[in-house]
Structure formats: C-alpha cells, structure tokens
Design a protein around this ligand. Structure first.
Ligand code: NOJ
Length: 724
C-alpha cells in the first residue's frame, strides 16, 4: 500500500475532507498542532474506508515498470487513488493523488474499485515524416485500470499508465456511460509530490506575457506559486559531475482540455492546475473523453531529456495521411527590420511589405536556396494600436502597395514560395469568421505555410459565443485554456485540409501534437530572438537553458541568424543579441525547428557570405540527434545527422563563460573520412564587446578523432561534417 504524504494543504478539495475517516481526522489535527515542520515529515496513511469493499481496495497496488527495469510507477487504488514513481529504486514522485473534481465538489478518484485491468507491452518503431530524428522507438509497458465508484451511481473512470525507458505517462479516460454524459471538470487532483528538493528551472504561469519569460533557477521549494510546464529538475551537483537524475514534468496530447501548469500545494508538492474558462469551469467534456497524458521524463544526464521521445510516443499517429506537402525548410522574411523599427507593419513611408521590397527578398531567397519568404504587414489592420484592435484585421485584403497575386507568382517562378502571416492579436472571433476564406486565399496563391500570431496579454483573449456569454457580449479567456486549445486545433485541421502548415506564435505550449498533425510544424511559446531587438535581451544563459526546458515540448521558431549584432535600432538604442556571430550559427543545430529562419536582413548577410554558407548548408530535417555534453543554463553541444545525406552537423553554445569544448567524434560513421568545416569564435571574440569576429577552418576527421575548440564568452561553434 502506498503511503500518502500529508494532504494537509489549503487547496485540498472539500469533499475529500468530508469523506476522511475519523482516525484520519485525529491524525490531521495532531499534525496541525505540531506545526508545519512536523507536517512535512509526517506520513499519513489514507484513512480506513468504511466498507469492507473499500478496505479490500486499500491493499490494492499495481506496479508498472519500464522495459529497462529502471522506472516504476505504483498506483494505489486505496480510498484515495494515488501513484508514486521510482527511478533505480530512488523515489522521484512521492505518493500523490489522482482524480478530478466535477461540478458540485463531486470527486472522481476517491472510493473507487477496480473492475478490470489490462496489461500490455508495446514495441514499435515508427517514422516521422520530418523531425529531429527519423525513427522513433515506442517501447513501453502499459496498464489500464478500469475503475468504478464503490457506491452511488458507480460512475466509471479509467486510469491509463505507460512506462517507457526514461518516461512515464498517466491519463484519465471517462468511458461512455449512463451516469456521466456532459460533465464539467472544476479541478484536477493530479499531484506531483517531488522527492527531496531538486534544482529547478521554470517560468511562472498566469503572467501577462504568456510563456515569454527568462527561466529562473532555484531549489524547487523556493519556486513560484504556479509554474508552466515543462518544469525541469536536477538532483545533485547540477553544475558539476555528481549530478542527476534529471526530471521534467510536462503533458502530452493536449486535445479539447485546458493546458496544465503546476500549482504549489506543499514545499515540493504541486497539483495540476488547469487554466479556467471565464465561467470558472476548467474543462467542458462529454463522455467518452480523456485527459492529456501527465508526463514525467527521467534521465541520468540533461541530454537524456532532450533525446527522449515519450511526449511524441504518447500522441496518436499521423491522422493526415500523405503529408509530403508539409515540408521542412529554411526561410527569410520581412521581419527583423520591423522589430528594429526600420520598417513598419502598418501603411506609410516605411511600410515593409511593399511589392518592391518583397521582390528583393524573393530574389535573395532564390539566389541562396531558401524555400520560403515570410511577409508580415501585408494585410490591412495594422494601423493604429493593432494589439488592442485585433477586430480590424482583414486576412484577405492586402495593403494597396502589396501585389499579393503577382508576388506569389513571382516567388513560384523563382523556385520559392511566400509564407503567409496571420496576426490575430488574440481576437479569435474575428479570425474564425474569416478563417475559411483566409486559408482559401493562401492556398490559391500557392502558400504552403502560415505563421499565425496571438499577441495579447495572457488573460485577454475575447470570446463572443459559448458558455456564459449572452448574445452581443464578450468575455475574456486565458490563452492556455480549453477555448484556445480548441481554437488552435480548429486552425490546424482547417489548414491541413488545404495542405497548409502552421508556425504558431503566442501559442498554447507544444505537447507533441505534431505527430498526429504533421502540419503543426513549429511554434514560439518562449522568449525568442525578437526580445534581443527591443528588450534588455535574453542574456547568454538563455539558449543553454531553453534546450532543457521549453525545447522539451517541441520545435521552436526562435528565428536565429542575426549577423549585425552591433546594429542600432531606429530609435537610437543598441540591440542586445547575447551571442557572438558563431554563436548564432550554432543555434541552427542547437534549437530544433523544421521551419528555420535566417532572421537578419539580406544586406547584413552580404558582408559575411563565408559564414552565411553554414546557414545555406544546414538542414532543417534530421535523421538523428545526439546531445554530446551539457550543463543546464551553462553549455550544450548537440550533433545531428542530415536526413538527406550522410553529413553531420554540430552546434555548441556556451553562456557568458568562455570554455573549451572537447568532444569525441565517435558519433560519425566509423571508417569514414569527413571534411569538417568549423565556424568558430575568433580568439578575441566576446558577445558584449567583439561579437562578429569568427574564423572558418577546414580539417579532415574520422570517428576516432576528438574536437577541442575554444568558445568565447557568449560564443558558440558550428560545424559541418561532410562525408567523403
Ligand atoms: C509576435 C511574434 O512573435 C513576432 O514574430 C511577430 O513579428 C509579431 N508578433 C507581429 O505579428
């Protein structure tokens, strides 16, 4: 039997208190008297159930162990449904509740019994149409517990558990049944009572700028009240050699549900927090329904979290069939100039999206082999305060100085394509009204990918229909709630119907849905390069942190490739790109995205065509990925194998410290010679004072060699290994 930790927090759902056995109440009272320190230590067993039936259930625990035997999930179907996780025998998640609260403080997860169990072992390798790795092995042991309430309506809820090598998934399924038709989830009881007090990297949830914050690092017990996932944790000396294991909490397959963040309920204990609708309901559901998977990734090294495909494996297979039209690629665009303030989205003298300017970008793309040209500010609605006036955007009317039809034709003729842009300012009603015609227009013009955007404060997403809205009224929703999850799903499906891929900015976080909908190619959902144009900048530790936090959820459109690092904005301020030029090149390997931008202006690439060659060569689609060395927030070296050739690429990125990365090249094919072209920091490079100096060197190497290269403060290294 599992022993539940002290479920003695103010967040405890009231019906649980009401249903606790008197012996439990005595223990709770004693514990309260003894104070918080005693609470933390006290392990309180779940109260003895009243009925003989429930008493039998109390002893019922079920173990599911990973194929390699290292990770074990134990589920207890005692009075309170609970689970715990161990890794190599070491507790990672202490006994933690499972269940949901429905409307009327009606809990599913207490006093349930097992009707049936089903165990399975699954071992299958599937191929990604595009990705960071071509072949993904899905090897796990599974258990489904079919549960029913022991009394009353005997409503049913299943708990499904899958345990992989280095990952677990747990979800709820509400089967079709008489006692549960449409229902409202008011809270989810799933807890993560993390063992000990690991070092934690996190951003806070429910903040104005959605996911766009610098990651903080501190012991778990000192983090904020509500944290976005992925939350990443490391035990031991996380800056040294005696570190590990590493753990991340996230979710997979977020469909028709609210996104989960983690709300503190104890020093190192968190409960699933579902972003509520404006009505207070967290999820509107109708059985059959299921929750997303609650996911833990576990590994010995930080890199094990990155090359861990649990989140993808927990998503449904490709639902779109032939997706050869969802093509990875690199793009340029009328974009950085807008963030520098040199050009404008809106109309006027400095309008960026003019026919002439776009032709110039198309020519540059054609000359250098880019498959796409993004054009922002092509459509009417940008004039004035476009964030507040999202209802003014038209997604079919180009500005008069932008000849959409001619430019689309010109791009095709030159062997590239326009990339569409739909900034909605989060005004979903306005966008959904126009969605079909907007997508039809893009498809007609040969556009294969659209960047969408939802710039607004995180709790400011208007809704005009549905629950709790009177005709003519508008309510505001969170950008992480079920409303936005449903909207994004709708856009992905509508786009897929027209063979269009999406790059979603200000999105709901990624949860692996790209497996089911391969046209959902990439998204933002973190502080990207744009912050380096107009804020104090992301700082040199941001990228080595992102790789082990935000990037665990999926690809990111970070928009790398700024070469004019000393640029001065139109308003006279210096930009704040916290890397060297070689460091910018490294990002193409370090930060995975199937749509990868060369973000700087064509004229800023012209003086550095030798370094630009790396951006031209580097693929956006990979056969394999290896993390060669890393310390979270400090440095990371990743090697990836091209999917279309035998070449390998390497990216190394350091924080503000210089260091010499020294790695074995044993990832290369043995017995083969490679021409390695190194794009490295010049000896006197420094991100703050001398960012644009670099050296390019060529060497012949084999798998038996090592590569020792100094990285400047804020610097990086990019290497192409060309198979001979
Ligand atoms: C925010 C996006 O992240 C950025 O890339 C875009 O340029 C602006 N919104 C305008 O849509």
């Amino acid at each position: 039997m599992l022993v539940l930790g002290p479920i003695l927090d103010s967040q405890t759902e009231p019906s649980l208190w009401k249903r606790l056995h008197p012996s439990m109440m005595v223990r709770l009272l004693l514990a309260v008297v003894a104070g918080v320190a005693v609470l933390a230590l006290a392990l309180v067993t779940v109260g003895t159930p009243d009925t003989a039936q429930a008493a039998a259930a109390l002893a019922e625990t079920y173990d599911v162990t990973s194929p390699d035997g290292r990770t074990t999930v134990t589920v207890d179907v005692g009075r309170q449904l609970a689970y715990a996780v161990r890794y190599d025998g070491r507790p990672i998640v202490e006994p933690s509740r499972l269940g949901v609260v429905l409307a009327g403080s009606d809990t599913l997860g207490i006093e349930m019994e097992v009707l049936d169990t089903e165990r399975a072992t699954h071992d299958e390798t599937w191929t990604q149409p595009w990705g960071e790795v071509a072949e993904v092995r899905d090897h796990h042991n599974a258990l489904t517990l079919q549960l029913a309430e022991t009394a009353g309506e005997r409503r049913r809820m299943n708990v499904e558990i899958r345990v992989f090598d280095g990952g677990i998934g747990v979800r709820y399924v509400w089967p079709e049944q008489d006692g549960l038709g449409t229902f409202e989830i008011m809270d989810e009881l799933t807890e993560f009572r993390i063992a000990d007090d690991p070092t934690t990297w996190f951003i806070r949830a429910y903040e104005e700028n959605r996911y766009e914050y610098l990651y903080e690092r501190m012991p778990l017990s000192r983090t904020g009240h509500v944290l976005h996932t992925p939350v990443t944790m490391g035990y031991g000396d996380v800056d040294g050699d005696a570190s590990g294991p590493y753990v991340a909490v996230h979710e997979a397959a977020l469909v028709d549900y609210a996104a989960m963040s983690l709300r503190r309920v104890g020093p190192t204990a968190f409960q699933a927090d579902l972003a509520p609708w404006s009505t207070g309901v967290r999820v509107y559901a109708e059985a059959p329904h299921r929750s997303p998977w609650r996911v833990l990734l576990i590994g010995d090294e930080p890199g094990d979290l990155v090359t861990n495909y649990t989140v993808l494996n927990l998503n449904e297979p490709n639902a779109l069939g032939d997706v050869s039209w969802a093509e990875p690629g690199k793009y340029i665009g009328i974009w950085w100039s807008l963030h520098l303030g040199e050009e404008t989205w809106g109309s006027g003298d400095r309008h960026g999206a003019t026919t002439e300017n776009t032709r110039r970008y198309i020519d540059f793309a054609a000359e250098h082999g880019f498959s796409g040209v993004l054009v922002e500010g092509w459509n009417t609605g940008w004039d004035g305060n476009w964030i507040e006036n999202g209802n003014l955007f038209s997604f079919t009317n180009p500005y008069p100085d932008y000849d959409f039809e001619a430019l689309a034709g010109y791009a095709r003729q030159r062997g590239t394509r326009l990339i569409g842009h739909h900034e909605t300012s989060g005004n979903v009603p306005n966008y959904e009204r126009q969605l079909a015609s907007a997508l039809d227009l893009m498809a007609e013009r040969g556009v294969r990918a659209i960047k969408t955007g939802y710039v607004n404060f995180g709790m400011n997403y208007p809704r005009t229909t549905g629950p709790g809205v009177a005709p003519g009224d508008t309510v505001m929703e969170y950008n992480t709630g079920q409303f936005m999850v449903r909207h994004l799903q709708h856009t992905v499906e509508e786009a897929a119907r027209r063979q269009i891929s999406l790059n979603i900015h200000e999105p709901v976080k990624a949860t692996g849905l790209r497996r089911t909908y391969p046209n959902l190619m990439t998204r933002e959902g973190a502080r990207g390069q744009e912050y380096n144009a107009w804020s104090e900048g992301n700082g040199p530790g941001h990228v080595p942190t992102l790789v082990f936090t935000r990037m665990l959820s999926g690809p990111m459109d970070f928009t790398p490739g700024i070469f004019d690092i000393d640029a001065v904005r139109d308003d006279g301020r210096q930009i704040n790109v916290p890397t060297t030029l070689a460091g910018q090149l490294a990002l193409y390997v370090v930060l995975y995205s199937p749509l990868q931008m060369a973000a700087d202006l064509p004229e800023n690439y012209e003086p550095h065509m030798d370094a630009f060659q790396f951006i031209k060569d580097v693929p956006a689609d990979w056969a394999d990925t290896r993390v060669l060395e890393a310390r979270i927030g400090r440095f990371v070296t990743i090697a990836r194998q091209d999917r279309a050739s035998d070449d390998w690429y390497l990216g190394a990125k350091t924080d503000g410290q210089s260091r010499t990365m020294d790695i074995a090249l044993d990832f290369l094919d043995a017995g083969r010679t490679y021409t390695a072209t190194l794009y490295r920091d010049a000896d006197d490079a420094h991100w703050e004072t001398n960012a644009t100096v670099y050296a390019i060197e060529t060497r012949e190497v084999t798998a038996a060699d090592r590569l020792a290269v100094p990285l400047a403060p804020g610097g990086g290294l990019a290497v192409r290994f060309e198979a001979q």
